[in-house]
Design a protein around this ligand. Structure first.
Ligand code: BES
Ligand code: ZN
Ligand code: ZN
Length: 505
């Protein structure tokens, strides 16, 4: 991971290889730039102009000079006009940091210092701004290189200094950077797990990873398999698990605050380590990428490991049902009927709609044993979601206005963007079955596959406030958002951290 530290010296007094300027569109020359003109490049303004560097978003320019025994690099990155809504300005800032990290890696700059404009347009206090920036830099640093023989031992190691402005509250800035490192480390873990293929990250392996994190960060960890799940009446979990040679694992992580009478928040994540579709086998080209079908579970486990360290004043329980959806002689068939933990039944019309089956039991489990004030589930649940919203917004579904508002506020602040879809009674008829309480797919005449999946899940929450996040489009290979890189995006983690750390009943 890139190390991010505070510097208490003026920019050019830092002895580093790189000096980075994030500059707004039509920037004026500040003291630091004037000093570079004086010491290194008397014609800096004309050089930037000649190279059409105006500070627009995407503008990027580097000049290199041998000085004082090392090669000094001056990196100029455009921030854009910052005239949009504050959250969009913050997002522009994040993407300029994506450019920065790519540049540090490409130029092999082992240490650099960052000069910032005032960034009032981002409307964040300085510690929050530093936190967001540092988290983004950790995200941008991620690459899945474990299996690239040439690259695997050469991950980038570097230090970046943020200058603490004169008179700023240094301890708050230090805490912000520490918090960002905790979030960054957990997110990199989650993304690595999601990028690992199904032959490596089996339910057993992912469960043992979760236990390792729990032990390290003081969480209570409970894991059980197929037999116990059946004993508890988890017919949905067992039905998906049935076809695989890998034993499914039901993972529960608990963070407990010291605050008496604190409410509990439950986070539930879909953990299908590979989704072949089961007996309703996917065609090969739809199956590619189904290693990412455990991204919800990885986000939940990562979030719990963060709470073990940040210690919010609410209780948080993370539930991750982990299975592999496979066809075999033992696999669940179409037409089979399963009974969930709360006694409701569903007719399996398509074994590829497996996520809702394991989540149904996980939601029942969360309510029964933890009586949470609110539950949020997160799942790569429907291909329809990719069609409806693409890759930049996760779908949010909830009937609770206040919960919707709070999740939307967390999404705006954190950068894990959501867009709400209606959970409306009119769609309920789509998931009625003739021979059971529910059908696990929506009738084609109703369309709206993302909403009907959400309505299916609603049957398994009775008292808690509940929201559902469909991350089918956002969990991996998000185009254009440079700091998300290729492969897994870690979506949901930043959102959960913001939601839990700011939670009020
Ligand atoms: N894991 C998939 C959803 C998915 C599809 C995620 C594409 C990411 C990209 C899920 O289990 C699934 O297969 N859903 C089916 C449901 C259908 C059979 C009702 C789908 O979306 O096709
Ligand atoms: Zn599926
Ligand atoms: Zn799936």
């Amino acid at each position: 991971m890139i190390e991010i530290k505070l510097s208490h010296k003026p920019l050019l007094s830092n002895t580093v290889e790189g000096y980075v300027f994030l500059l707004e569109e039509n920037f004026s020359f500040n003291e630091d730039l004037k000093q570079i003109e004086k010491e290194f490049y008397p014609h800096l303004a004309s050089i930037l102009e000649k190279h059409d560097f105006k500070g627009r978003r995407g503008d990027y320019f580097v000049v290199t000079t041998p000085a004082h025994g090392t090669l000094k690099q001056f990196i100029f990155i455009g921030l854009g006009s910052l005239k949009k809504a504050w959250n969009e300005n913050v997002e522009d800032l994040r993407r300029s940091l994506g450019v920065l990290v790519a540049s540090l890696k490409k130029l092999c700059i082992k240490d650099a210092v960052l000069s910032l404009p005032s960034l009032q347009e981002c409307k964040l206090d300085l510690p929050s701004l530093f936190e967001t920036m540092a988290v983004t830099i950790h995200y941008a640093d991620y690459e899945f290189i474990t299996f690239k023989s040439e690259k695997k031992d050469k991950s980038y190691v570097g230090t970046l200094y943020f200058i603490a402005p004169h008179g700023s509250e240094v301890n708050l800035l230090e805490a912000a950077l520490k918090k960002a490192a905790i979030i960054g480390e957990a997110a990199l873990w989650a993304r690595h797990c999601s990028d690992l293929p199904g032959n490596i990250i089996t339910p057993t392996k992912l469960a043992s990873e979760a236990r390792g994190l729990a032990d390290k960060h003081g969480l209570v960890c409970t894991i059980f398999g197929r037999e116990k799940a059946l004993e508890m009446g988890m017919g949905g979990f067992a039905a998906v698990d049935a076809g695989s040679d890998q034993d499914g694992k039901f993972v529960i992580l608990e963070y407990k605050t010291k605050r008496a009478d604190a409410p509990t928040i439950a986070l539930v994540g879909k953990g299908v380590t590979f989704d072949t579709g089961g007996i309703s086998l996917k065609p090969w080209n739809s199956m590619t990428g189904m290693k990412y079908d455990m991204s919800g579970a990885a986000a939940v486990i990562a979030a719990l490991s963060i709470f073990g360290q940040l210690k919010p004043d609410v209780n948080v329980v993370g539930i991750a049902p982990l299975v592999e959806n496979m066809p075999s002689g033992k696999a669940t068939r179409q037409d089979d009927i399963v009974t969930f933990m709360n006694g409701k039944t569903a007719e399996i019309q398509n074994t590829d709609a497996e996520g809702r089956l394991i989540l149904a039991d996980a939601l029942c489990y969360a309510e029964k044993f933890y009586k949470p004030e609110c539950i949020i589930d997160i799942a790569t649940l429907t291909g329809a979601c990719v069609v409806a919203l693409g890759h930049f917004f996760s779908a949010l579904m909830t009937r609770d206005e206040k919960l919707a508002h709070n999740i939307e506020a967390s999404a705006l602040r954190s950068g894990d963007r959501v867009w709400r879809l209606p959970l409306h009674d009119d769609f309920k008829a789509a998931i009625k079955a003739d021979v059971a309480d529910l059908a696990n797919t929506g009738k084609p005449a109703y369309g709206a596959g993302t909403i009907t999946a959400g309505l299916f899940l609603e049957n398994f929450v009775s008292k808690s406030k509940w929201a559902h996040l469909d991350i089918a489009g956002t969990a991996h290979d998000v185009p254009d958002i440079n700091y998300m890189g290729r492969g897994s995006s870690g979506v949901g983690i930043r959102l959960f951290v913001d939601f839990v750390m700011n939670y009020r009943s």
